[in-house]
Write a protein that binds this ligand. Sequence first.
Ligand SMILES: [Zn+2]
Length: 129
Amino acid sequence: MSRNRGKDTGPEVALRVLCWSSGLRYRLDVKIIGKPDFVFVREKVAVFVDGCFWHGCPAHYNAPKTRSDFWEAKLHKNRLRDEMVTKELQDSGWLVLRYWEHDIKTATQREERVREIQAAIQARRAEAI
Ligand SMILES: [Zn+2]
């Protein structure tokens, strides 16, 4: 579903811009499974921002009234794919950070997320020594 998320606009861009200005040098478009929103290659940390609608956030997902079977099936497929991607990445040694769109809406939330990402990266660096 990554093509439908509007990769170059919105809160996920604000999140990574804040990461960058905090000195966290991510990369985009790293060719690994699941197409993470951004990636720290050396530390093997992959960050995903999941849209509340497309990925079925428990707090905000509202099933469309029409074609509900279609949407149900689509959501189910997306969730299975998210799980599969997370598992495959973890199995190959990646740390996967998944955030809901609603977790990065405000500047304060994004600052918290950046601190988490920073802590995760530092922990990975410490492990590698
Ligand atoms: Zn949500």
